[in-house]
Design a protein around this ligand. Structure first.
Ligand code: BGC
Length: 714
């Protein structure tokens, strides 16, 4: 940070009482009528550093009141004008994938493989949220996850570290823009640090077991990318890793986050996590919880008041040194200055025209949806008679997805509305699958049946793990029934997680994986079904056959027998009763044309380790031809395989992708520059290394591509 900020921070700290300092570390949630007066008194005494602008432990599951800018301005005035040091309060809210305009769930945005569009979505989001007086949002959520039972898989980037890195950069850039002190920005918060997505069995809040080798190579890169992109806050996660709660772990919060990743901002706890150290069995009372967390490097305490109620005592007893408190205050004040909070503490609400944001939301949603199957039925012709059936035909709220605390279901067009707007030949039959009457004359007259299927948003999000990852039995029955009718049938699946595709995809002629895609989800489905947009999403997660095949992710290490086990080129049997090959692999997605790939060509077959380290690169490229008669985008993906290394390396690692629009009949040359940073890995001590030897380089449509060349590091 600049010297001038440092000076201002030190001057403030020098004049603060211990109580006020601890106040800066305190983040209660929005007061209710019952505690309002007490709350205001605490603000005036300088005992509140930040406010979580929502109510409840799982804010993403509950409707939250609309933000009253006047109310928060009034609270801010108390802090600035009445509190002893006049330090403004930092207002934080979960603005996870959009504000009033809702963009697709982050997992879906990852499927767009279009970081620029993701940045644009978060730019629009920041403009809307900042206009409501929000300074800080608890996103990006960067928890890699291999277990789709976990409800929070919707919030993250999926199963791949490189996609995680790209999403981290894109989201931080969109939120913070070029100048964080600008009023139309939001402070980003990389969460949940670390290993939350590895909670055993997908059971929310539970333990994780992650070796340091795996941590450095899978779980940390996205957080490192967020830090490098300028994220100044990090939220610690609820889980423990191998018996160490992150909330009180110096190893994770200081040694790794600060010393290895170079994080300079402040760490906020997750909701009530500090006092939960008692339940986790590492502290006896709240004073011990507070001391353990702050000593580990956790700067701000969310909601449970554990710091404000206990840290003075802990300083007096010697359990915590005042220097530790000063350091936490220093970090928080530095971020407040960097965010421009001292220059513009109050919000001035303007009327925002969201028209353009909604256009972007429709575009983002369309780019996120993944066409999984198409037996020639799509795109639909507007002259065709379409029977629109299924439980999601009239659905609005689920289209928005979980963690949508400011979006409004009643403002969200449903599929029936958007489809009918596009064509006069759409007939809504019945939304109740069991009551579907196949003698209905509109079905008899239909050329195509479109089934709107999926899972409710209430099966996703925080504290909402499921034990099966499929659509309901009723919906499967509906698919079977539709088949007996002898029509071409298209399934549109609105969902928040990888769904086990067995018994779903086989009986449909086309399948569009539409996710929970936000305010304009229905518009985007309509655009794709009628061919106004050629689908271009690719899976950022594997879709398994059955739930019992999870965990199933592409970047596994090889096993000795059979060579590549279930996900590589030589699938072998892991189970005697079924083969756990992916139903649809990572990176998969099709569109309304075909692309033909040339063999990859590299500009050199060998490179010395020292040249690579010195900044030389290896360029590898392919020519991709659009052989069909529709202009469409292809996501060209580059994977590597380090064939022989001192540690086992994954059978494929994504190291680059480019989404390119290729007009019909045309070709595009797509190249990637492989750098030192792409070709190595971390050892268990967190040190990065590139080893000599051969690296297989694959460029193709998804992670199963065999389109290979080889380079050698000498
Ligand atoms: C969640 C966080 C969220 C926080 C504040 C917690 O329960 O785990 O992701 O930011 O609540 O709402």
């Amino acid at each position: 940070m600049s010297d001038s900020i440092n000076k201002k921070v030190e001057k403030l700290i020098a004049g603060m009482s211990l109580r006020e300092k601890i106040g800066q570390l305190n983040q209660p949630e929005t007061p209710t009528a019952d505690n309002l007066e007490e709350f205001k008194a605490a603000v005036a005494k300088g005992e509140i550093g930040s406010i979580l602008m929502s109510v409840g432990a799982t804010a993403g599951n509950d409707a939250q009141g609309e933000i009253s800018v006047d109310f928060y301005n009034e609270i801010q005035r108390l802090a600035v004008e009445k509190s002893p040091s006049g330090i403004p309060i930092l207002f934080g809210r979960d603005v996870i994938h959009g504000h009033r305009t809702v963009f697709p769930i982050p997992l879906a945005m990852a499927a767009s493989f279009d970081p620029e569009l993701v940045s644009q979505s978060y730019r629009d989001t920041a403009v809307e949220a900042a206009n409501d007086g929000i300074h800080w949002t608890f996103t990006p959520m960067l928890d890699l996850c291999h277990d789709p039972r976990w409800g929070r898989i919707i919030e993250g980037p999926g199963e791949d570290p490189y996609v995680g890195v790209c999403m981290a950069k894109a989201i931080v850039k969109g939120l913070q823009n070029a100048d964080l002190s600008d009023e139309e920005t939001l402070l980003a918060c990389a969460k949940h640090y670390i290993g939350y997505g590895a909670s055993e069995g997908g059971r929310d809040y539970h333990r994780a077991e992650i070796s340091d080798y795996t941590l450095y190579n899978y779980y940390l890169p996205a957080f490192k990318a967020a830090v490098d992109a300028g994220a100044l806050t990090v939220m610690s996660s609820f889980n423990d890793i191998s018996g160490q709660p992150i909330t009180s772990s110096k190893k994770y919060l200081t040694d790794i986050l600060r010393d290895k990743l170079g994080f300079k901002g402040f760490v906020v706890s997750d909701y009530d996590a500090v006092c939960q150290l008692i339940k986790q069995g590492v502290a006896e009372n709240n004073e011990q919880c507070a001391a353990a967390a702050v000593n580990a490097g956790l700067d701000m305490d969310m909601h449970d008041k554990c710091y404000i109620d206990n840290l003075e005592k802990a300083v007096k007893s010697g359990a915590v040194s005042e220097d530790v408190i000063d350091e936490a205050v220093r970090r928080i004040l530095t971020v407040k200055f960097a965010a421009g909070l001292f220059d513009h503490p109050y919000a001035e609400k303007k009327n925002i025209d969201r028209g353009e944001h909604l256009v972007h939301a429709r575009q983002m949603a369309a780019e996120s949806m993944v066409l999984l199957k198409n037996n020639g039925v799509l795109p639909l012709d507007k002259a065709q008679k379409i029977a629109l059936i299924g439980p999601f035909v009239h659905e609005r709220r689920s289209l928005l997805g979980s963690w949508t605390i400011d979006g409004k279901a009643e403002e969200t067009p449903n599929l029936a509305e958007r489809m009918k707007e596009a064509s006069g030949n759409v007939y809504v039959i019945n939304t109740n699958p069991l009551a579907w009457d196949s003698t209905n004359k509109n079905i008899a007259a239909a050329d195509v049946v479109v089934l709107a299927l999926g899972e409710s948003w209430t099966a996703t999000g925080e504290s909402r793990a499921v034990s099966d990852i499929t659509i309901s039995a009723d919906q499967k029955a509906l698919i079977r029934k539709a088949k007996t009718y002898g029509k071409k049938t298209v399934g549109v699946i609105f969902c928040g997680r990888p769904i086990a595709m067995e018994d779903i995809a086989e009986d449909l002629d086309a399948v569009l994986y539409a996710w929970h895609s936000g305010s304009e989800a229905a518009g985007a489905v309509t655009d794709i079904l009628f061919g106004a947009v050629a689908p271009s999403g690719r899976l950022p997660v594997t879709l398994p056959r059955k739930a019992t095949h999870i965990p199933l992710y592409y970047n596994v290490t090889p096993s000795g027998r059979p060579v590549d086990c279930y996900y590589g080129e030589n699938p072998g049997n892991c189970y005697v009763d079924s083969m756990p090959t992916p139903y649809y692999p990572f990176g998969y997605g099709i569109t309304y044309t075909e692309f033909e790939y040339s063999a990859p060509v590299s500009d050199k077959s060998r490179i010395s380790l020292s040249d690579l380290k010195g900044g030389d690169t290896v360029q590898v490229g392919v020519t991709v031809k659009n052989t069909g008669d529709v202009d469409a985008k292809e996501t060209v993906q580059l994977y590597i395989r380090d064939e022989v290394a001192s540690m086992m390396r994954p059978i494929r690692e994504l190291k680059g992708f480019k989404k390119v629009l290729i007009p019909k009949g045309k070709s595009a040359k797509v190249t990637f520059d492989l750098t030192y940073a792409d070709l190595g890995f971390y050892d268990a001590g967190g040190d990065y290394r590139v080893e000599k030897g051969k690296i297989g380089v694959f460029i193709g449509k998804n992670c199963l591509t065999q389109n290979r060349t080889e380079i050698e590091i000498i």
